[in-house]
Design a protein around this ligand. Structure first.
Ligand SMILES: CC(C)(COP(=O)(O)OP(=O)(O)OC[C@H]1O[C@@H](n2cnc3c(N)ncnc32)[C@H](O)[C@@H]1OP(=O)(O)O)[C@@H](O)C(=O)NCCC(=O)NCCS
Length: 181
């Protein structure tokens, strides 16, 4: 990342807020008539990317879908509403939270069905990483999400380091076994 690619602007969480509504059709469902988990993840990815685009104003790629809770099934014919916003911006990456509700069109009841955290990385048209603007949390909820996003990043980094150490130890054991007569 070169210094010419820096983006000094700071943006509010509110300016990243995004929303998408979908009607659940037969093509989206399994044999029980419930929304497929993979289809829901696709909608979550798209809504998350909208918030990341609004914050970075660059191309973005999904680096991780970090955590997802499928809380309740979504049924054929339900209206699905997804809302996203950036929780925290780091150097070239942004953590985005997505929350999903399903509305029964007959009764009008609305239930929270899923929540997820994703990490997007900003890139230019050549795929080079770009620095993202700072994020300014304003409300108490935005401050809480901002702090929680840092904890999740630290946890992700610790997990990644642990996995790397595990792989190195396995490779060393395999090498040692290979040279034994
Ligand atoms: C995501 C990607 C750009 C990271 O590139 P990289 O060269 O490994 O970058 P680095 O390890 O230097 O990390 C760059 C940033 O991404 C973050 N990052 C990288 N991998 C991550 C992961 N698995 N989870 C969360 N954050 C991650 C780093 O924390 C860092 O953030 P920062 O700049 O804000 O500190 C690269 O792995 C990639 O292109 N992956 C494929 C993306 C893709 O195809 N997605 C699906 C379709 S959009």
């Amino acid at each position: 990342m070169s210094s010419t690619q820096t983006n000094p602007i700071a943006r509010s969480v509110a300016s990243t807020q995004s929303e998408m509504t979908e009607i659940i059709l037969p093509n989206d469902t399994n044999t029980l008539g419930n929304l497929l988990g993979g289809r829901l993840m696709h909608f979550i990815d798209l809504t998350g990317a909208m918030a990341a685009y609004r914050h970075s104003r660059t191309n973005v790629v999904t680096a991780a879908m970090d955590h997802i809770d499928f809380i309740r099934p979504v049924h054929l014919g339900d209206l699905l509403t997804l809302r996203s916003s950036v929780n925290r911006a780091f150097t070239t990456s942004m953590e985005v939270g997505v929350k999903v509700w399903a509305e029964n069109t007959r009764t009008g009841s609305v239930v929270h069905v899923a929540s997820a955290y994703l990490v997007f990385v900003a890139t230019d048209d050549q795929g080079h990483r770009q620095q993202v603007p700072r994020l300014i949390p304003e409300t108490p909820d935005e401050h809480r999400r901002y702090e929680d996003a840092l904890r999740r990043r630290e946890h992700r980094e610790a997990e990644s380091a642990r996995r790397k150490e595990g792989k190195l130890a396995t490779a060393a054991m395999e090498d040692a076994a290979a040279v034994r007569p």
